[in-house]
Ligand binder design. Structure first.
Ligand code: TYD
Length: 209
């Protein structure tokens, strides 16, 4: 295969941090500059990976432990990378992805206590050295993001999913995990102050492109 020409950008952070809005705004911005761009998400992005998303998100919290979650996530991620992400990048299309491997590092590696090393080994086994070119980490205190998320679910009249059912101390671990992550990968991770308004967050993101 020819060398990758597009740019792979991922968006990370706790629940309700405002990633979806900013992904759409960045997509519009890039398209206005004539860049081909697709948006996608994890878990998901292919029919098979969307099936895995349903398995992971729905049902009882005790349905899967951290190891089972990590294996399901990497099965979905492998399918997504091979069928959608890599082919797009090779064509020169930019890919904006809502969550990727850093979610596994933080949710399963840190918050579910599997360890960053185990997730890194799984990543290398499933995907080799394939990582995002740039990752925006949305920084927002867990209490604030959690209340945004709950509001959204109430408005849409949908119950909390498996991950949203987890207690606030789990979300605190996720928050701290993301802060450590940006220190672990300073070359590709940019911390975004997601407590600011939509316009200010957009400015922070677009100035890093
Ligand atoms: P989603 O509704 O997409 O969450 P959000 O809107 O907050 O991005 O649900 C995805 C859930 O899956 C989210 O709670 C985080 C979790 N997750 C992991 O635990 N590990 C992973 O590797 C990924 C990609 C997601």
């Amino acid at each position: 295969m020819t060398a990758q020409k597009g740019k792979f950008i991922t968006f990370e952070g706790g629940e309700g941090a405002g990633k979806t809005t900013q992904i759409q705004l960045l997509k519009d911005h890039l398209q206005s500059k004539g860049i081909d761009v697709i948006t996608t998400r994890e878990p998901g992005g292919t029919p098979g990976a969307e099936d895995v998303r349903d398995l992971l998100k729905n049902g009882d919290l005790s349905k899967w432990d951290g190891t089972a979650e990590a294996l399901l996530l990497y099965a979905a991620r492998h399918d997504h990378v091979e069928k959608i992400i890599k082919p797009a990048l090779h064509k020169g299309t930019w890919v904006l992805c809502d969550r990727f491997s850093d979610s596994s590092l933080v949710y399963q590696g840190v918050a579910r206590d599997l360890g960053v090393e185990k997730i890194t080994q799984l990543h290398e086994w499933a995907l080799g050295n394939f990582y995002p070119d740039l990752t925006f980490v949305f920084d927002i205190p867990p209490q604030k993001s959690r209340s945004r998320q709950q509001q959204r679910n109430q408005q849409a009249d949908i119950p909390d999913d498996r991950f949203e059912q987890l207690a606030i101390d789990f979300h605190q671990k996720i928050y701290e995990g993301y802060i450590s992550l940006t220190k672990l990968f300073p070359d590709r991770c940019v911390l975004i102050d997601a407590t600011r308004n939509v316009h200010e967050v957009k400015e922070q993101i677009h100035s890093n492109i």
